[in-house]
Design a binder for this molecule. Structure first.
Ligand code: ADP
Length: 345
């Protein structure tokens, strides 16, 4: 057993790879006001108009959809909207709504002005989506009673509510569902270095972590431009510094993150494996995500939802109609020789 059991550091790697929400960390550090919610200015401005206008009319805002990679602040926006509207937020997720009855129970228990938050909405089944359409459009719950020729539809009026949905895979949403988010569909962007530095600074204050300016910069630089990852890395670096009985400086952060195998660009082992496979097994591509996933024994969704968006953002891969290709920057980052005819700058 001992030779095959993995060192404990791997547990942390898994968290990074899957970008799993750490519920406790998310809740402790979740911004409680718009001022604390850094960046995404365009979205914040649009939401402000939507909320103010709805409030003036005395009705809840129309339904809203947020999409983008994990950890960018979709759930936090839903909480902030609910807080601003002084309504209560009922949170659930696509996979948790297994049967039509689950959704019917959720909807019929809403109070006027409530916010229903459905995370991972792309995982709702079509049958459940069909119950959601009239609920979103005309505020009614259509329940079919009985079977066969004697079946009839009972229409129950619902209290006015706002559905806020989040997804990492907007392309998987059916067109009829997408069109019903009449309040707006907003794409969350990766954060700038400055914005992440501000987030790390605030989190360090809340967690009581002493960290210098360069230490903050180093964490921000390796955080995949993602607040959740930045908070996670801050916590891991804090643990490391604590055991070393040393202040959290740039060098110490670099040392701690090297132990987690997070490199200078913020790439994790799986990011690098994905790039290496693309270059070595598929001669730089193009390769489809399923073929890449099979080569790495990973889920295609993990690659396309978590890893690919950041590699695209960094310009390490490109998406073509025939699949993903590695760019020269990817060869350079991995220290590999590019194909003949292409030179590194
Ligand atoms: P998502 O729903 O997109 O996966 P969350 O809203 O759960 O992401 O965000 C994860 C964590 O990242 C939050 O708990 C919060 O601590 C932090 N965070 C996200 N967005 C911001 C932001 N704009 N400003 C400050 N912290 C943020």
């Amino acid at each position: 057993m001992s030779s095959s059991s993995k060192p404990s550091a791997k547990v942390s790697d898994i968290d990074i790879e899957e970008q799993k929400p750490d519920t406790f960390l998310d809740q402790t550090l979740r911004p409680a006001s718009w001022n604390e919610y850094v960046g995404q200015e365009g979205i914040k401005n649009n939401l402000h108009i939507l909320i103010s206008a709805a409030r003036e009319r005395g009705s809840p805002p129309e339904h809203i959809l947020f999409y983008g990679p994990p950890g960018l602040g979709k759930t936090t926006l839903a909480h902030l909207i609910a807080h601003e509207l002084k309504g209560s937020l009922r949170a659930t997720s696509g996979p948790a709504i297994e049967r039509v009855g689950d959704l019917a129970a959720l909807l019929s228990n809403l109070s006027p002005g409530d916010i229903l938050f459905i995370d991972e909405i792309h995982r709702l089944s079509r049958a459940i989506e069909e119950v959601l359409y009239p609920a979103m459009e005309s505020g009614a719950l259509n329940i079919i009673i009985g079977k066969g020729p004697s079946a009839r539809t009972l229409e129950l009026p619902l209290p006015p509510f706002t559905l806020i949905a989040a997804t990492t895979r907007v392309a998987d949403l059916s067109a009829p569902l997408r069109s019903r988010f009449s309040g707006g569909t907003f794409r969350l962007e990766f954060y700038s270095q400055e914005d992440i530095e501000q987030i790390v600074k605030r989190s360090a204050k809340i967690l009581g972590v002493k960290i210098d300016k360069d230490g903050i910069k180093e964490i921000a630089k390796r955080s995949r431009a993602t607040p959740r990852t930045a908070n996670y890395l801050l916590k891991r670096a804090r643990d490391f510094a604590q055991l070393k009985r040393a202040p959290l400086t740039q060098n110490l952060v670099a040392e701690a993150l090297a132990m987690l195998e997070v490199d200078v660009l913020g790439l994790t082992p799986l990011d690098r494996k994905m790039l290496t496979a693309l270059i070595e097994r598929f001669q730089g591509g193009p390769a489809g995500v399923n073929a890449l996933a099979a080569a790495l024994s990973e889920e295609p969704e993990t690659l396309s939802e978590v890893h690919e968006p950041f590699l695209l953002q960094l310009g390490l891969i490109e998406r073509t109609p025939r699949g993903r290709t590695a760019t020269l920057a990817a060869y350079k980052h991995l220290g590999l020789t590019p194909p003949r005819g292409q030179t590194l700058l």
